[in-house]
Every structure is written in C-alpha cells, then in structure tokens.
Design a protein around this ligand. Structure first.
Ligand code: ADP
Ligand code: MG
Length: 324
C-alpha cells in the first residue's frame, strides 16, 4: 500500500490517499499542540509512540467487537485505516473530573463520575470546539439521532474496555476523546486516534500525569510519559495486588511474650514472607498482606501459621481472612 496524495495535514497527523479509494494512510507527526494550537512544540519520537499506542488500543477494541477504522500498522509512523466521512463531533467520556469540566462548572478536580459523563463538542477549530447539546446536534443536523445514540453506546463500551485494560496495567483512564466516521453504507466506526494526545492517563497509585497534560501544564518529561504508557500497554497485564487482612487466633507457646507482634513479624520476615506488612496483637493477631487473590492469600496465611508452628512460636491456630 503506497501513499499517493496528501489529502489533509492536521495538527498531529498527515492523511494520505492510497491506491484503494476505501483506505487511507495516517502518518503520525512529531508535533505537539495544545489550547487549539496556540501552544506548539516538536518532540522527536512522539509520532512513533502515538502511532504505536493508538494502533494497540484500536486493535484491542476491534478484537472486542467495536467497529474501528484500524486496518493495520505499516511501520513506526504509519498505519492503514478505512477512509471515512468524519462526523463533525468529538465525543468525550469522563470518569474523573478535571480540565475544562472543572473550569466550566467550578467543580473540584478528581471527583469520581459514576456513571461516566458523555459530552459532545463540535469539531470546529475556529470556534474552539464548543460544547454542544443533543438538541444543538439535532437542530443543525451535525449528526442524526440514531448516530448520536450509536456514538454514545460505542463510547461507553470503549470506556469499559480501555478502563479495564489500563487498570490492569496500573493506569487510571480519567477521560478521553473519540471521533467517529461513516463508510459508503453509513456504517459507523471509531476513527482518528486514541493516545496520550487524546486521553488523560493517571498513574493509579501516584496520580502522576502520563499524557498531554504534561505538555499543557509544562510539567516536563512529556516524551518519557508517552514512553511509559507504551511500555505498560505493550506488556502483559501485571498481577493486581489486593490487600487482605487476616485475623489469626493463635496460641503462643509458653514462654513466648509478644505484646507488640514484633517477634511474630520478624519471624515471618525471616521465614521469607516479605508481603506481611503488619502484625498486631490484641485478642487475636491481625496481619495485613498483599496478594492477587483470596485463594492465594488463604494459602499463604495457612502456610505462615504452619511455619510458625514448626518454628515453635505457636501451639495452635485458626484464622479469618477478608479483603480490605
Ligand atoms: P486535526 O488537526 O484536525 O485534529 P489530525 O492531525 O488529528 O487533525 O489529523 C487527522 C484528521 O483526519 C482529522 O481531521 C480527523 O478528523 C481525520 N480522520 C480521522 N480518521 C479518519 C478516517 N478514518 N478517514 C478520514 N479522515 C479521518
Ligand atoms: Mg486531531
């Protein structure tokens, strides 16, 4: 497949015609823009990352039954897509309040939005992509009612799939923007790109921004953040660590005095249980530990007790385990 003619050069990509009129080639550029292109920069290697990240997300969605324009990755900076007629709306899905939502409505940043918010913006750079209601869309025929319904339905499905995928890789999907297009038969597809340029990604634990907000807000390390996203999504999912609390009903051996749980904790550490974070002594011993599942946590606690038994610290044991 060859590039024949440049059809459009946008802020982030060049779009080329190919020898097949139903297909187009996207070339991802190294340029970064924000605030409707008032802020601009170039970062070498950024186009490769947005191309690879976007291809990964679009392929994932396609495998889960979402129609997308993605056909295949051609090389580091190019991908082949279905050539579509773009619906002039940007659909934004928000799981957490931030950005223009907070500015516009004066609400606090970081609020969980359950169910997620779906917003429509008119794709018009001259007007600064204004927010529009479904009535505006209907009144001015920006899209038909069934198209609006379909875009909403697909956007929420995309949100579910990507949120889960990213969560398993330690990333919170805060919000994102989608574009949609139609083919000759009027079928709707997710189009354009899904990347740190068009989504907000926060590290799950540190809340560190791993997206274009680093550029918007001059936080530095923009490319490193995009690299981090690429690194995490191109790896198999990490085992999610959950926290469990076990109440141990143990009877200490005669002569063992352990009012602060320190003897048991240091024994457990020396018995090679580094995941035990805390031991407390009261009516029972309370320990907390990290584990990917209840079954594994139960197995671990049982084994710990047996090791302590063998180690002559306790005489008998029973325990209750719950996720915290
Ligand atoms: P912009 O500066 O307008 O955001 P980009 O740099 O993102 O432009 O370039 C991509 C352009 O191609 C956008 O205008 C986008 O709407 C459009 N586009 C996205 N997907 C497709 C597609 N499958 N077919 C045709 N055009 C598309
Ligand atoms: Mg764009």
């Amino acid at each position: 497949m060859n590039k024949i003619k440049l059809i459009y050069e946008g802020k982030a990509k060049k779009v080329y015609e190919t020898d097949d009129p139903t297909l187009a080639i996207f070339e991802y550029k190294d340029s970064l823009t924000a605030f409707n292109a008032q802020k601009k920069d170039t970062m070498q290697g950024k186009g490769r990352l947005t191309n690879l990240i976007s291809a990964t997300f679009l392929k994932l969605l396609q495998d889960k039954g979402i129609p997308t324009h993605f056909v295949k990755l051609l090389d580091d900076n190019h991908q082949l897509v279905k050539r579509l007629k773009i619906i002039p709306l940007e659909v934004v899905v928000r799981n957490t309040s931030t950005g223009s939502l907070c500015k516009r409505l004066g609400v606090e940043e970081g609020l969980d939005l359950v169910p997620p918010l779906v917003e429509f913006y008119l794709k018009n750079d001259e007007l600064g992509d204004p927010l529009v209601t479904e009535d505006h869309i209907r009144a001015f025929c920006f899209a038909s009612k069934p198209q609006v319904e379909k875009m909403k339905e697909l956007s929420l499905k995309v949100n579910d799939i990507l949120s889960k995928y990213l969560y398993e890789r330690g990333i919170k999907l805060v919000d994102f923007k989608l574009e949609f297009g139609t083919d000759e038969e009027g079928n709707i597809y997710v189009a354009d790109e899904i990347s740190p340029d068009t989504c907000r990604f926060w590290d799950l634990s540190s809340k560190e921004r791993l997206d274009k907000d680093r550029f918007r807000k001059d936080l530095g390390n923009v490319l490193e953040a995009y690299e981090e996203i690429w690194h995490r999504i191109s790896q198999p999912k990490a085992a999610i660590q959950k926290r469990y609390e076990a109440k141990l009903f143990i009877y200490l051996k005669e002569g063992v005095l352990d009012t602060q749980g320190k003897t048991v904790l240091s024994s457990l550490h020396s018995l090679n249980y580094p995941e035990v974070q805390d031991v407390r002594v009261g009516k029972y011993l309370k320990i907390t530990l990290n584990s990917p599942s209840h079954q594994e946590a139960e197995f671990k606690v049982k084994k710990m007790c047996e090791d302590l038994l063998v180690n002559d610290l306790i005489e008998e044991y029973a325990f209750e385990l719950e996720e915290i």
